[in-house]
Design a protein around this ligand. Structure first.
Ligand code: BDP
Length: 714
């Protein structure tokens, strides 16, 4: 079958001209990494042109579909933009499809001269292959690299949007929710399609639309019809929709006297509700549930377990192929156990008790998306349960959309952590991808950083975190360097100065944020409410507030030293890990310094590897963070004449803010900890700009993404 691409040549000329004008004038970042600007003439472009006069889309059926149309459109736009010509695109029925392509992967192969075949078992694999071809050209790969077979290592690769129905995004820093509930289903913003394109270009295949603190109305018919409209836009791109479910829905929506998961009327209610959802969205992915956590209702309200709660929904969903993602982010108001141990205590004993279509979704660390934490011990504790990892793409604790923190190194650190569960090398990634325990259902989720800002993510460079999550969700063996290199080439340029400078900035940025905010294993010392900026002194008070919402619970600063005591003579959280790790982390002398104050209460005079006392090391580490971000700022400034003025000026201004914030972090934390250490700042640390009272008086109000107005007192 020969198909005429739906994009005419005149459009391509106009698009090329528009791209040129936009580069000359500036760039608002809307196109993300799918820019497709014209390549300069040269041998590589000639080589591409020689391979691509004809592209065959090969599937077992050879029939056309909306997904293949999306692939053709993308190829036409992309190749038209990059190379300035339109290949002849045909669809063919083939049987020689590589088996390694699996359900959603693809094979790319140059066959007879001038022909490239994109083959896949399913149409969505062809779409992924089309994006892979475009990426190869955008990143200037030699044509030999076109011949490849690729398949995702994790089955469900989902963005979780913490979006409310009124447009507020919890911990969202890039504007309002993308979903325009008030005008759906009648008006479908064209941006939904661009969202789906961006996700599909990375191989993401799920969008969970609503906040984990679940807005219950989304499950009513008036909203399900809107959900269905979004699902219709996403479907050709291989993106299924998921929703959050509130555990009390049978009571609140169904009018039942109870939400007890073992009550027959409740069981029947969930079945009927799920059946109803599937009438609106036949390929609905499933439900994400935050239950018995932070005030959310859950099975424990009825003396039932997390497994009882998850299974009632799972049974309702199983008949339709849907899944439950049951979150392990739980801690109990009544528990006196160290908060970082509570999820392990609640879930470990439930191993093997969840249905096959349930995944327990676990944050990368046991606390809460800190700039650095050890991996969550549950990854090494539940062999008979499907375990998903939840990463946070939005920068709740890493400077929101104001500060640069490229998160691939954080994601990799979590994924590559060795649990030792089935011997050395049993990494979190291998648990999550199912390969260790041969689990069939595998899930990776990322809390999205998208919003209505024109550039989608608020900070132009924060687009790299959406990109990094998606690429790692497809293939967790990619390195942070590879991903930074790809993203920079696609989003900025492959010109060596630009490429070298931006990738260097990206790769250093996460550790820089750690250094100036929470070095040496410090955690949870940020301002209350907004979670932006320093607040090690905050005591959170009021009804419902808890000791473990206040930073002193975690840093434990006193006259003797600093840090949480989690070794055997403290809360013993090391006992939740494999003996190898307990031995390593439990000993102050062998514990890696980047987790020292996570696991140990360390004397101010403790001699660090550098030979310096811990107090001096801490001060110098804060100073180092400030120095590093100033260095990053200089690197960016050097690009003034190399990239478009609009993105240049935006990032430049944000980096100026970031440097000021880094100084605030350093000064506020050191002045505060100094009230305990009673030691002078060592040589090399700049004197603080203000006194401690000044920093303590800073109150951040109306910070984007912050639920409610915090009540913080000293
Ligand atoms: C915390 C956030 C809060 C979320 C919660 C969660 O501060 O807004 O609701 O995690 O993941 O990090 O449920």
């Amino acid at each position: 079958m020969i198909l005429t691409p739906r994009i005419p040549a005149l459009f391509l000329c106009v698009a090329g001209l528009a791209a040129w004008i936009s580069t000359a004038r500036g760039d608002d970042g809307y196109r993300l990494w799918l820019r497709y600007d014209q390549m300069a003439a040269g041998p590589l472009k000639t080589a591409y042109a020689a391979v691509l006069p004809r592209i065959v889309l090969a599937t077992p059926t050879g029939s056309d579909s909306a997904t293949l149309a999306a692939a053709r459109d993308e190829l036409a736009t992309g190749l038209g933009g990059l190379l300035g010509f339109m290949p002849r695109i045909t669809i063919e029925k083939r049987t020689d499809i590589p088996s390694a392509a699996g359900e959603e992967g693809y094979g790319l192969k140059r066959t007879e001269p001038g022909t490239l075949v994109i083959s896949a078992w399913q149409d969505v694999g062809v779409l992924h292959g089309a994006f892979a071809l475009l990426r190869a050209i955008q990143t200037r790969q030699p044509v030999e690299q076109f011949d490849t077979v690729s398949a995702p290592k994790i089955q469900r690769r989902i963005l979780d949007h913490w979006d409310e129905l009124d447009g507020f995004v919890e911990r969202g820093y890039a504007g309002r929710s993308l979903w325009e509930w008030s005008v759906l289903p009648d008006y479908k913003n064209p941006r939904y399609r661009d969202y789906a394109r961006a996700c599909a270009s990375l191989g993401l295949n799920g969008a969970e639309l609503t906040n984990v603190n679940a807005p219950i109305l989304v499950m009513t018919p008036g909203y399900l019809v809107k959900v269905a409209a979004l699902a219709d836009v996403f479907r050709p791109y291989g993106i299924r929709v998921y929703l959050t479910a509130k555990f009390s829905a049978p009571k609140e929506l169904g009018g039942l006297p109870t939400a007890d998961p073992l009550d027959p009327a409740v069981i029947a209610w969930w079945k009927a509700k799920v059946d109803e959802i599937y009438r609106y969205v036949p390929d609905f992915g499933g439900l994400l549930v935050k239950a018995s956590s932070e005030g959310q209702p859950g099975p424990q309200d009825y003396g039932r377990t997390h497994a009882d709660g998850a299974n009632v929904m799972a049974d309702a969903l199983a008949r339709h192929g849907g899944i439950v993602m049951w979150r392990a982010f739980v801690y109990q108001p009544s528990s006196t156990l160290d908060r970082v141990r509570q999820a392990a205590a609640e879930f470990k004993g439930l191993d093997g008790k969840f249905r096959d279509n349930v995944v327990v979704q676990i944050k990368n660390g046991p606390l809460d998306f800190m700039p650095r934490e050890p991996f969550h011990p549950l990854f090494g504790s539940m062999p008979k349960t499907n375990l998903a990892i939840e990463l946070q793409i939005t920068q709740e604790y890493l400077g929101a959309s104001i500060e640069l923190a490229y998160l691939a190194p954080l994601f990799k650190e979590a994924l590559e952590s060795d649990t030792y569960r089935a011997g050395p090398g049993t990494t979190v990634a291998h648990i999550v991808d199912g390969s260790v325990d041969h689990h069939k259902l595998t899930v990776i989720a990322g809390v999205a950083n998208t919003g209505t800002d024109r550039d989608w993510t608020g900070h132009p460079l924060a687009q790299s975190n959406w990109y990094a999550f998606g690429r790692l969700a497809w293939d967790h063996t990619l390195t942070s360097e590879q991903i930074a290199d790809e993203w920079t080439k696609m989003t900025y340029s492959d010109e060596p100065k630009v490429l070298g400078t931006i990738t260097k900035m990206l790769l250093a940025s996460r550790e820089t944020v750690v250094d100036y905010s929470m070095p040496l294993g410090l955690h949870h010392i940020m301002a209350e409410g907004s979670h932006y900026g320093p607040g090690p002194w905050s005591i959170v008070q009021g009804p419902g507030f808890r000791a473990d919402w206040s930073p002193p619970y975690y840093h434990q600063a006193d006259a003797a030293g600093l840090g949480a005591s989690r070794s055997a003579d403290g809360s013993n959280s090391i006992a939740d890990y494999a003996p190898e790790l307990a031995a390593l982390w439990g000993n102050v002398d062998t514990c890696p310094e980047n987790l020292l104050l996570w696991f140990h209460h360390v004397s101010w005079d403790y001699k660090m590897k550098s030979g310096r006392p811990m107090w001096d090391e801490l001060c110098l580490r804060y100073q180092q963070g400030v120095d590093e971000i100033r260095g990053i700022q200089k690197q960016w400034d050097s690009l003034e004449h190399d990239i478009d003025p609009e993105r240049f000026a935006h990032v430049q201004a944000l980096l100026r803010l970031q440097v000021a914030n880094a100084c605030n972090w350093r000064d506020a934390c050191l002045l505060y900890f100094q009230t305990f250490s009673k030691r002078p700042l060592p040589a090399g640390v700049e004197p603080p700009a203000h006194d401690l009272a000044y920093y303590e008086a800073v109150k951040i109000r109306y910070f984007p993404g912050t639920p409610g107005d915090p009540k913080v007192t000293r």
